[in-house]
Write a protein that binds this ligand. Sequence first.
Ligand SMILES: *[C@@H]1O[C@H](CO)[C@@H](O)[C@H](O)[C@H]1NC(C)=O
Ligand SMILES: *[C@@H]1O[C@H](CO)[C@@H](O)[C@H](O)[C@H]1NC(C)=O
Ligand SMILES: *[C@@H]1O[C@H](CO)[C@@H](O)[C@H](O)[C@H]1NC(C)=O
Ligand SMILES: *[C@@H]1O[C@H](CO)[C@@H](O)[C@H](O)[C@H]1NC(C)=O
Ligand SMILES: [Zn+2]
Length: 404
Amino acid sequence: MGSSIFLYFLSISLSHIANAAPFASPTSIKPFVIDTFKDSKRNDLGYWHGAGEDLPVEYGDSSIRLIASDPDQNFHTQITPSEKCFDLSPYRDQRMFLRVEFSGTPRFGISLNQQNANCDPTRMPHPETWDTVEAERYIAYVPLSHFKIDQSKVLSVSFSGIYRRENLTLYNVEIVDGPPRGFHVPEKLASGRMVLRCSRPNSFAFGIDDGQPKYAQEVMDILADEGIKVTFFAVSTGLRDPSTNFTQVYREMAKKGHQIALHSYSHPKMEGLAELSDIDDELKKSIRTLNETLGLKSRYFRPPFGTVGARTRQRLGALITDPYIVNWSVDIEDWIWTGTDTPEKQLEAFKRDVKKGGNLAVMHYLHPTTVSYMREAIQFVKAQGLDIMRVDQCLEDPESPSLY
Ligand SMILES: *[C@@H]1O[C@H](CO)[C@@H](O)[C@H](O)[C@H]1NC(C)=O
Ligand SMILES: *[C@@H]1O[C@H](CO)[C@@H](O)[C@H](O)[C@H]1NC(C)=O
Ligand SMILES: *[C@@H]1O[C@H](CO)[C@@H](O)[C@H](O)[C@H]1NC(C)=O
Ligand SMILES: *[C@@H]1O[C@H](CO)[C@@H](O)[C@H](O)[C@H]1NC(C)=O
Ligand SMILES: [Zn+2]
């Protein structure tokens, strides 16, 4: 699982009055420059820019080179201070474009990131969601309307999903009136919706990923005792391997009312796969496995390691009608703390994120300590007065089973 890029957003942002961001009002909707990479600490608007996931960068003379080795690595440049939202919607309505001047690999994603409802970097999730396009399809004018987010709450532009070991040099990121004459605007491809939080008021959902077969019965017992329904994201290779007993387990879970959803065929970092056909292969086999082993179909996908970018989202959009990509806003951090001498940090991490407003959890049942904290985690959520339900229910999906 990727470590958190979002911590970087908290470090942020001095506003330099002389360079203050343009404020959206009907009389001042003009093109503006976001970043020309002259300063390693801040962009041309005076706000934070910087790398996440240990992305090595080299500043040149008004340029930056990103030397990526992993699709999770990223570079963000903010359009607003972290504790504010920028209203880009009038720019979108004026049919303006995001222009990214670059050289080197065109194989990366350009994202527009949406702040959370209160524009509050101390609350989870932060950012709340984002949409991403493939730079290669646009080189390099993207209509703002192609970013399907709430553009009244924009936080930043970011670059990630570099899926080959090729360098990317950025020179200029700006909002412009339009592309040069003759520029062909590609069509916006259908793309999975990225969700990090439940939308239903007062709801909370557990999204449980990979597990160890030997803990499955105990997990089932805990859920039954606590009287809650959850969502399991199942890896196909486990369902296909009779020695794991996962097909029997998930059949029973489904019968008990839990949601079973997609988590890829073999658990790769999907966005890092070299070819679109590799991404398709993972998704199609995963859809087929759910059908053939459990007789189920799902529009819900959790990306292995939380790694996802434009290509994965678009292939999901092509293969499934209106898919959800289910990330999280509560992380029990079992991937950090199991196997250390402080496994109790899992509960601390879980409670910390819930207190910050997170309501969609990620966890696994790979380690006995995680399973042993599950009950307390559930009871902690209940004690906050939240209703625990499946992911589809917490997202108010009209096709989800009724809560009552
Ligand atoms: C999913 O969310 C977590 C927690 O907010 C974050 O660390 C991770 O990077 C996200 N995944 C992607 C693809 O951004
Ligand atoms: C990428 O940049 C690094 C650092 O400048 C350099 O050593 C490397 O050769 C570059 N790689 C490619 C493929 O150009
Ligand atoms: C396999 O799972 C089913 C359903 O939960 C359970 O009844 C059965 O005992 C399990 N078999 C083994 C060998 O664990
Ligand atoms: C499973 O696949 C078959 C064959 O494509 C299809 O007819 C059936 O409707 C699918 N079942 C579900 C639940 O999607
Ligand atoms: Zn997983």
